[in-house]
Design a protein. Structure first.
Length: 209
């Protein structure tokens, strides 16, 4: 009988939960479960807290791909994979690759790519920007511009500075904020199910405001 690794078992359970209960309910489950508890099911209680957070961030990136809709003609949609990119210094190590191996989004296999510069992000569905890039953030967001790329980070004030989804700690849980204005400008559709479970949603300014 084929053995399941410690990293692949939770993602298989997650996939089953999505099929049974729907994506929104599974995402709510992740929010309620919290970073430490979810990571414990993946790598065991002996791992460091930062590694735990990395596991949960990886799971979120995968589920964001299940929710958000990209324009049909977006460069990323012209490839044969669903591409999650990490810019420069990689905070995940092998966690992201091992957790998402053999997973699919919209029938496409998930591919993880490391980028040296933001200008190479045009063919990415999701771009994760690590905290080491804080000083370079204005240039990174400018380089991505209004490309149909979902930008995600745990950099403080990321959503205020133009990023689309920001991870924020809440006790022992990991939550997120959404900059809906940034997503709209990139022609990404963020459904109400995802907006409902965000801790904050930054909406486009109305005319006259």
């Amino acid at each position: 009988m084929r053995q399941c690794s410690a990293t692949t078992r939770p993602m298989r359970k997650a996939r089953l939960a999505v099929r049974r209960n729907g994506n929104a309910r599974f995402l709510l489950f992740l929010l309620a479960f919290g970073a430490s508890a979810f990571a414990a099911t993946v790598v065991g209680h002996s791992q460091a807290p930062r590694a735990d957070a990395g596991q949960v961030q990886a799971a979120y990136l995968y589920n964001f791909g299940k929710f958000v809709k990209w324009p049909e003609l977006a460069p990323a949609n012209q490839t044969g994979s669903f591409t999650i990119c990490v810019l420069d210094q990689d905070p995940f190590g092998q966690v992201l690759q091992s957790m998402l191996a053999r997973e699919t989004v919209s029938g496409k296999p998930v591919a993880v790519k490391r980028l040296a510069k933001a200008q190479d992000a045009g063919a990415c569905h999701i771009l994760f920007i690590g905290a080491a890039e804080t000083k370079n953030l204005p240039g990174i967001l400018s380089a991505v511009g209004q490309d149909a790329v979902l930008t995600v980070s745990d950099i403080p004030d990321f959503s205020k500075r133009g990023g689309m989804i920001q991870f924020v700690p809440e006790g022992d849980r990991l939550r997120f904020e959404i900059n809906l204005d940034g997503a709209d400008k990139a022609h990404l559709v963020v459904p109400s199910e995802l907006l409902k479970v965000a801790v904050a949603v930054r909406k486009p300014a109305r005319p006259g405001e």
